[in-house]
Design a binder for this molecule. Structure first.
Ligand code: V47
Ligand code: SF4
Length: 388
């Protein structure tokens, strides 16, 4: 006899409140903030995994997406002083940081010219000398070298600063960048939207309202974006729910978010090092809750350089359907914050093996989730070009 998830939950020792949430989720009804709180507070890992996996499989079957990308971090000099950041160096200590010249950045791009990458992810510290016009020209030059590359660039934090310094509205600033070739926005800088928490962990950078307004504006002018949430520090479950609620509302309004990426707080080398990191169990529960609450986000991404390869594999049974990209050792954000991935790079072959080992199907996507290749139907051996 075949049991449905609901039958199994009914046979188990599950409370009436959790059963009613499960019924709603399986009937594709939206759950409320109060119900989400019950999930965080009361649901077991088994319950969350079963439901989140069922919803994920309804939408994506056995497929796990990844992409082939590289990062450019033009500088880690930053005018802001986020307490959780292990990566940036304040302007007054600029001798400890790095600052690539335009030619150095373009050389990085040239080194990928004949490789099958589809995306460049550009983010960094907020440097007062690198303004909107500088970055617009840089993107134009990148596209001259690689006309087909998708440029996913600048967090809302960087964009708010650039627009303010250039004396432009968010819409006019984004239009300049789009006209020069920027295609989309990454999801960084969101942290936790709650104003009181924000004041304690990143008081001086863009507000929650500005973050949301920049993404709203990007979506309006045809630039999709991602959304993140930095969790596992001083926030409560209520703060996480409030954060996801604001994103869910904006997604209802614009439909412009591609994916949601929970980012686990790592505690090495920053001003919040005294705070213990949350457990892997908590990571998995959080992915699952995000899958169940954010019913209008098609994709939930686990960023493997941050959580490590094993947790990334586990996350695929807790609602995650995307593992980001090959990255090719081009980002320092997480290795500097204590991630075990000191050299964050996986070849395409390794990323496919990581996914296949979990019994799932690895599918390469572009930034906006068009399918490029299904590696079960077309295995890698058939490819002649080099990795990543
Ligand atoms: O906004 C900084 C986070 C973010 C720490 O859009 C930290 O595809 C944990 O947003 N512990 C930037 N997290 C990175 C980011 C991102 C990464 C991958 C893919 C995409 C995407 C976006 O990194 C920051 C902040 O939330 N961060 N320090 C830390 N100690
Ligand atoms: Fe600067 Fe971003 Fe680090 Fe904050 S998280 S200090 S804005 S680089």
């Amino acid at each position: 006899m075949k049991y449905s998830s609901l039958d199994l939950l009914k046979k188990g020792n599950v409370s009436a409140a959790l059963l009613s949430i499960a019924e709603k989720v399986l009937a594709e009804e939206r759950i409320s903030a109060q119900e989400c709180e019950v999930l965080y507070e009361k649901a077991s890992l088994g319950y969350l995994g079963m439901l989140a996996n069922e919803i994920k499989e309804q939408r994506h079957g056995n497929v796990v997406f990844f992409n082939r990308n590289f990062h450019i971090e033009p500088t880690n000099i930053c005018v802001f002083d986020c307490k959780f950041c292990s990566y940036s160096r304040l302007l007054k200590h600029r001798e400890e940081g790095w600052e690539y010249s335009e030619e150095q950045i373009l050389d990085i791009v040239r080194s990928y010219q004949n490789k099958p990458v589809t995306e460049v992810h550009i983010v960094g510290g907020v440097h007062p000398k690198m303004g909107l016009q500088y970055f617009a020209e840089l993107i134009r030059k990148i596209k001259e070298i690689m006309p087909n590359i998708h440029v996913k660039a600048f967090t809302a934090v960087e964009l708010e600063y650039m627009c303010r310094k250039a004396g432009l509205s968010f819409e006019d600033g984004l239009k300049v960048l789009k006209a020069h070739g920027q295609d989309s926005l990454p999801g960084g800088g969101a942290e936790i939207f709650d104003e009181i928490i924000r004041e304690q962990i990143c008081a001086d950078k863009c507000t929650a309202q500005q973050w949301l307004e920049i993404h709203r504006t990007a979506h309006k002018i045809g630039m999709p974006s991602n959304a993140t949430m930095l969790y596992g520090h001083i926030e409560s479950y209520a703060h996480r729910i409030d954060h996801m609620e604001r994103l869910r509302k904006l997604q209802d309004e614009t439909g412009g978010f591609n994916t949601f990426i929970p980012l686990k707080f790592r505690n090495k080398g920053n001003q919040m090092s005294h705070i213990a990191e949350v457990s892997v169990i908590e990571d998995l529960r959080n992915y699952a809750v995000a899958r169940l609450y954010l019913d209008n986000f098609a994709h939930i991404k686990a960023y493997w350089p941050m959580i490590g390869r094993s947790t990334a594999q586990l996350s695929l049974s807790y609602g995650v359907n995307d593992l980001d990209g090959t990255i090719d050792d081009t980002t320092k954000i997480y290795s500097m914050a204590g991630s075990e991935e000191h050299s964050p790079s996986l070849s395409t072959e390794e990323l496919i093996a990581l996914i296949s080992e979990t019994g799932r199907v690895a599918v390469e996507r572009d930034t906006v989730y068009n399918v490029i290749r299904n590696y079960t139907e077309q295995p890698l051996e058939a490819e002649t070009t080099s990795n990543p």
